[in-house]
Design a protein around this ligand. Structure first.
Ligand code: AMP
Ligand code: TRP
Length: 336
């Protein structure tokens, strides 16, 4: 194979990050991380714990340190293979902060002001509207562009940041010369949007105050079954996916995402059965799916030296790859 063929037939690059804020939910797993696992077969995958992004909201330092390690362990426990993919913690690779600064100098104030997440978060924490919260999209653009990612799997809430990234990349290429590949969003067919078990019109979220609304990925079997048992449904008695049946729709979505069965198959499977039976069935498949993750996680958290070694290895490999684009960017900007 000549060099040109090698370049054109290269595997495409997938990159995504997740903030280490709170334990992952079933929504994070079914909507994101489970798909990340499958993508490893087909793509070169880079996945990281976005701890620099989490700095924009105050956390106790000890809790933060623990949360980043735990998030890293959870990614491995969910099946991300550190031999096959690059899994790392963002702040351990200094190029992210360096790139973030350079790109913030090409980030228009007006564009940053229009970011929905900035408006939402600053409305939520009016006492702490810091500059990091404002320039967050420039940091995120750096994360993506450093690795010349082709595709970025993100939820709907991040598509605005991805568009911002493309704009910054295009502006940089225009001003300083061709440097960055413009990334595209990746929206998997199987990506489930999981809703709250108590208020099924709202997204299942890490920060829900009602503990019964959210399945955490480390919940034990008993807790999972109990939460599904008390899931809000409707007053009919038909397991079918249609408008107005938000609770049942959500349970069907979850059951489908875990088992791979279609909605029609599920309707047939539960024809004539009551909601109680259905809830138990959903709880059981979810508990079965999450059990090995919980066990892997416990094993990883006990093996401190293995985890430390994987964290260090991930950072070293990521730094090596990031360095290439960082140096190129610095050269183009006249910094070296
Ligand atoms: P977050 O927890 O908001 O930092 O999101 C991390 C990743 O999980 C993003 O790709 C989100 O789109 C995804 N995600 C978060 N909550 C859900 C949910 N309830 N359903 C599906 N995907 C979700
Ligand atoms: N901002 C993303 C979130 O809150 C996390 C993130 C940071 C990210 N950098 C990224 C996602 C780069 C994809 C690519 O969910």
């Amino acid at each position: 194979m000549n060099e040109k063929d090698a370049v054109t037939s290269r595997r495409k690059i997938i990159l995504s990050g997740i903030q280490p804020t709170g334990t992952f939910t079933l929504g994070n797993y079914l909507g994101a991380v489970k798909n990340w696992r499958h993508l490893q077969e087909e793509y070169d995958c880079y996945y990281f714990v976005a701890d620099l992004h989490a700095l924009t909201v105050y956390h106790d330092p000890a809790a933060r340190r623990k949360a980043s390690r735990a998030a890293f362990a959870l990614l491995l426990a969910c099946g991300l293979d550190p031999e096959q993919s690059l899994v790392f913690i963002q702040s351990h690779v200094p190029a992210h902060a360096q790139m973030g600064w350079m790109l913030s100098c090409l980030s228009p104030f007006g564009d940053l002001s229009r970011m929905t997440q900035f408006k939402d978060k600053s409305a939520k924490h009016p006492e702490d509207i810091n500059a990091g919260l404002f320039t967050y999209p420039a940091l995120m653009a750096g994360d993506i562009l450093l690795y010349q990612a082709d595709y970025v799997p993100v939820g709907a809430d991040q598509t605005q940041h991805l568009e911002f990234t493309r704009n910054v990349a295009a502006r940089f290429n225009h001003v300083y010369g061709e440097t960055f590949r413009l990334p595209e969003g990746y929206f998997p067919k199987a990506g489930a949007r999981v809703m709250s078990l108590q208020e099924p019109t709202a997204k299942m979220s890490k920060s829900d105050e009602n503990a019964k609304a959210t399945i955490y990925i480390l919940d034990d079997e008993k807790t999972i079954l109990k939460k599904f048992k008390s899931a809000v449904t409707d007053s009919e008695a038909e397991i079918a996916f249609r408008e107005g049946k938000d609770g049942i729709n959500n349970l069907m979505t979850i059951y489908s995402a875990v088992t791979g069965k279609s909605l029609d198959e599920i309707t047939a499977e539960f024809a004539g059965k009551g909601y109680g039976d259905f809830k138990t069935a959903v709880g059981t498949v979810v508990a079965d799916e999450l059990r090995p993750i919980r066990e892997n996680y416990a094993r990883l958290m006990e093996d401190k030296s293995y985890l430390d070694a994987e964290i260090a290895k991930g950072a070293e490999r990521a730094a090596h790859i990031a360095e290439r684009t960082l140096k190129k960017t610095m050269r183009k900007m006249g910094l070296c």
